[in-house]
Design a protein around this ligand. Structure first.
Ligand SMILES: [Zn+2]
Ligand SMILES: [Zn+2]
Length: 70
């Protein structure tokens, strides 16, 4: 698989959209891996700070509200 931006061999893939990325074009962005409720019923998020990001697909900075979880 080659980089989405150029034709070089990909190093990884964007965690948000799956585009392949070489080392020159890969970017990093915080990513929420999982949401869960703790023992008191509060919502918690597990976040990885340096997820691979393609720079193209523009994930939203603010987590999208999921009212059905409440
Ligand atoms: Zn590239
Ligand atoms: Zn992407």
């Amino acid at each position: 698989m080659n980089c989405w931006h150029c034709e070089r061999t990909a190093y990884g893939t964007c965690i948000f959209c799956g585009r392949a990325l070489c080392k020159d074009h890969v970017r990093e962005m915080p990513h929420i891996v999982a949401l869960y409720r703790d023992g008191r019923g509060d919502h918690r998020a597990i976040v990885t700070v340096r997820a691979l990001y393609c720079g193209v697909c523009e994930p939203r900075e603010d987590p999208v509200a999921l009212p059905e979880l409440g």
